[in-house]
Design a protein around this ligand. Structure first.
Ligand code: PLP
Length: 501
């Protein structure tokens, strides 16, 4: 099984014209005017007319279709192949859920409609909140936050509100050094000081360290379980007890719920609040910054502080939006969150059922362990503990020849795979964080393992090949900072001018 692809390196400008505009070319055809022409200036008022936008691309239908089809084919997506980006859970999104989210009654439901006309949409929200409470073992859920990080902020603000109501919001949030970068950011935005907890030799929270750090200035411990090494915090019950005994609350980053669904519930091991990434575990395409959802689930202590409105049910079984919650932290997102992402999640949960969700977690865990088993003789495992849904290797054995973990990641593209997460978590030198998810087949996993083994060999025999990789993609090494900070994603008149000049 040899499938090395070493295509020629292609320059963007080589052979292909990016600018397709040609004066006078159009992509539309309007019927001949069959009413008298109107003077727009007179009808609308001259002030309401703008000058025609100069330099607007003039293209035909086929130009447009080819432009976007070509761009799409340069891209990599979960629909094209395995996307083992650790912590991000890039799993296949069943088309059934897209179908449901596209249903007219849901897709065209207006957020300002009177409650009596959108009982079905409200029922969808309520049912999803109840399902998530059941899956997580918590008491109440807000669906409003539009992302994981936004769920974190919502959760920490609720903790602040709860502790303030007891007289003192406290000052510090404890966060393990293996945490996702959004955790400290959320705590700081919510007005807390972050104190980092050093992981122990197993990659887990050190109970003694926590004992020492936990005092009555600490508002909360913010932990991820399974943590970002894919390891379940076995001492979680004792951890929660230590925090609760000193009057703190336990925040769990539940972005990785696909390792736990149907197997265990954060609500039963002492967590007071967690967020759930619907766009990771519950089937919404993500990666391009599109709409997501990071619902927060809470125990009763935090329920009064949930964002408004909550979706509730009256005696007569009708649904309504409850704004009458005096202790609420307020709104965290316009309307009720990203409704169609919520619809997809409910469709996914109902299509799988309890058994199906458990099986999804079991297979996600099995797949990660399969990769761990088949790569552990070539890549270093700095924390060799039992893992759940992801495995973190160190590339230090491969990067001796002046290579970086990025060179290995770039080379993986030549084998037809999206690279895994690299350089995170920070506690692993040259981290390769691999999360296959449950949607990959054994064949796909075998191909990935083969590619990773070939790359380990190339790192020894032909390091230059890796330094120059990828060799098969449309563009090779981009300026990653500019690509993230100043992406040019659509045509804008001033940029067209800039390009001309
Ligand atoms: C993805 C992720 C987040 C942040 O979620 P966003 O929706 O990207 O804001 C937080 N924590 C962990 C562990 C994650 O994997």
């Amino acid at each position: 099984m040899k499938f090395t692809r070493t295509g020629r390196h292609l320059n963007l400008n080589e052979g292909l014209i990016f600018e397709r505009s040609s004066p006078g070319r159009t992509g539309y055809d309007l019927p001949r005017l069959d009413v008298p022409a109107v003077d727009l200036g007179a009808a609308l008022g001259a002030d309401n007319l703008r000058e025609p936008i100069p330099g607007f691309p003039e293209v035909s239908e086929v130009d447009v279709v080819r432009h976007f089809t070509r761009l799409a084919s340069w891209n990599y997506s979960i629909d094209a192949g395995m996307y083992p980006l650790g912590s991000c859970t890039m799993k296949y999104n069943p088309r059934l859920n897209e179908r449901v989210a596209g249903m007219k009654g849901l897709a065209e439901s207006h957020p300002l409609s009177p409650e009596s006309l959108v009982q079905g949409s409200l029922e969808v929200l309520r049912l999803l909140a109840d399902c998530l409470a059941e899956i997580s073992g918590m008491d109440a859920v807000s669906l409003q936050p539009p992302a994981g990080a936004s769920g974190e902020l919502t959760g920490i603000l609720m903790i602040r509100a709860c502790l303030s109501s007891r007289g003192n919001p406290r000052r510090i949030v404890l966060i393990p050094d293996s945490a996702h970068g959004t955790n400290p950011a959320s705590a700081v935005i919510a007005g807390y000081e972050v104190q980092s907890l050093k992981s122990d030799s197993r990659g887990c929270i050190d109970l003694n360290g926590l004992e020492r750090a936990m005092n009555d200035e600490v508002a909360a411990l913010m932990l991820t379980n399974p943590n970002t090494l894919g390891i379940f915090e076995q001492d979680i019950v004792s951890i929660a007890r230590i925090v609760h005994d000193r009057g703190g609350l336990v925040y769990m980053d539940g972005a990785n719920l696909n390792a736990l669904m149907g197997i265990t519930r954060p609500g039963s091991f002492g967590v007071d609040v967690l967020h759930i990434n619907l766009h990771k575990t519950f089937s919404t395409p993500h990666g391009g910054g599109g709409p997501g959802a990071g619902p927060v689930a809470v125990k009763q202590v935090l329920e009064p502080f949930l964002p408004v409105p909550t979706v509730e049910r009256r005696e007569d079984r009708s649904y309504f939006l409850n704004w009458d919650r005096p202790d609420s932290i307020g709104k965290v997102k316009a309307f009720y969150g990203n409704f169609l992402t919520l619809v997809r999640a409910l469709a996914y949960i109902l299509a799988n059922g309890a058994e199906g969700l458990r099986e999804a977690s079991q297979v996600a865990i099995l797949n990660a362990n399969y990769i761990k088993h088949h790569l552990r003789d070539v890549y270093d495992l700095p924390y060799d503990e039992p893992i759940l849904h992801e495995v973190v290797f160190s590339s230090r054995r491969q990067t001796r020849n002046n290579l970086t973990v990025m060179d290995l990641a770039k080379r993986l593209m030549d084998y037809g795979f999206h690279p895994p997460t690299v350089a995170f978590p920070l506690i692993v030198q040259g981290a390769l964080m691999i999360e296959p998810s449950e949607t990959e087949s054994r064949q796909e996993l075998d191909q990935f393992i083969h590619a990773m083994r070939c790359i380990a060999e190339e790192a020894d025999t032909d390091p230059d090949l890796l330094k120059q990789a990828p060799h098969s993609t449309r563009v090779s090494r981009l300026d990653e900072v500019q690509a993230a900070r100043r992406p040019v994603l659509r045509w804008k008149p001033d940029e067209a001018d800039e390009q001309d000049s």
